[in-house]
Design a protein around this ligand. Structure first.
Ligand code: DAH
Length: 344
């Protein structure tokens, strides 16, 4: 046995594999489950006790030699992955998850919703494909009234030739749905996408987003409207932002107004965002026209209400100084990732 061991030792010491296949053959030959070492240990069981003491030590040393030789040679081929021989370094840092970011319009919409929720408003939604009644007639736009031209409408052709279906031009249609389907008081905001037949440019788009607001109850006054919107602006753009109301016209409100705020960029001293006036318009508003209440079966002698509507794009432009509307819908990651927010 000793002789054999000496012979194998010489073989092991001389072993110099030129590839991993040869190394593997070496492992199987000496260290495998049916290998030489296993065999030697089997034979060892039947030697006499005298011999065992000497041979045991020799055998163990031989086994160790085979193992270290194998490991050393293996290392000389470099770390090898189980599968394809590629380098696998488990100490390298992992690849981080690429977190997305919220769209700036979603950030603004969520902020608007949060502010009004704190004032007790609920959120309501309605369909983007609307009929003439909800988008126009119930809102006091008479047939053939020029006010309908204020909003260039995409009509949807029906199979039966009717043309009273359209993509909604504003979220005011949701007011009607809400009032038709419930009983006052109403206190809701209605965010959503709207469509207008406009050529796409830096300042106009064929679709954009609005938030509509509605408050109907007994004794609601224009003072309530002013106070609510004043509070909203302080929350959104910071304390000290000034507001002013200019008389205006909308078929569904009487009286109607447009609300301006002191320019958020220059603080009112004049810049190109406010066209050097110090003021920027952010929304339309007014007292709900009694005709609209009656169209929705609400007693206009008992109830009054205010409504307002704003464009989310406009509010966002002022917040982040974005001057081209097209950026919102082009999905350019270089633009979108500037709004990286913590996602919870
Ligand atoms: N619907 C109007 C628009 O799209 C915005 C608006 C103005 C909504 C006055 C209102 C309002 O509720 O009272 O231009």
């Amino acid at each position: 046995m000793q002789e054999k061991i000496d012979q194998y030792t010489a073989e092991i010491n001389a072993f110099s594999p030129s590839n991993t296949d040869e190394l593997e053959a070496f492992r199987i030959k000496f260290l495998g489950t049916k290998g030489i070492i296993k065999d030697l240990f089997e034979q060892f069981k039947s030697v006499g006790p005298e011999e065992k003491r000497v041979l045991g030590k020799v055998l163990n040393q031989f086994k160790q030699l085979a193992e270290t030789s194998y490991n050393e040679r293996k290392e000389s081929f470099g770390p090898v992955s189980e599968t394809q021989g590629s380098v696998l370094d488990l100490t390298l840092p992992g690849q981080g998850f690429n977190l997305g970011s919220r769209h700036p319009l979603s950030l603004t919409r969520n902020e608007i919703i949060d502010i009004f929720k704190r004032l007790g408003f609920v959120v309501a939604e309605g369909p983007e494909i609307e009929d003439d009644w909800h988008n126009f007639s119930a809102l006091n736009f008479p047939q053939e009234h020029p006010a309908r031209d204020m909003q260039d409408t995409f009509f949807v052709k029906k199979n039966n030739g009717g043309d009273d279906i359209a993509l909604r031009t504003h979220t005011s249609s949701v007011q009607v749905r809400m009032m038709e389907n419930g009983k006052p008081p109403f206190r809701a905001i209605m965010p959503g996408r709207v469509y207008r037949n406009e050529a796409i440019s830096a300042r106009a788009h064929c679709f954009f987003h609005q938030v509509e607001g509605l408050y109907v109850d007994e004794n609601v006054s224009f003072a309530d409207l002013k106070q609510t919107l004043y509070h909203f602006v302080q929350e959104l753009y910071g304390e000290g932002t000034k507001v002013r109301f200019r008389p205006s016209y909308f078929p569904f409100t009487e009286p109607s107004a447009e609300m301006d705020i002191s320019c958020t960029i220059c603080g009112g001293s004049g810049c190109n965002m406010c066209k050097y006036t110090g003021w920027v318009e952010i929304l339309g508003c007014g007292m709900v026209d009694p005709n609209v209440l009656e169209n929705c079966h609400i007693d206009s002698k008992k109830y009054t209400g205010f409504a307002f509507g704003m464009g989310i794009e406009r509010i966002t432009n002022l917040k982040y100084v974005i001057k081209d509307l097209r950026l919102f819908s082009e999905n350019d990651v270089r633009f979108l990732k500037q709004f990286q927010t913590e996602i919870i």
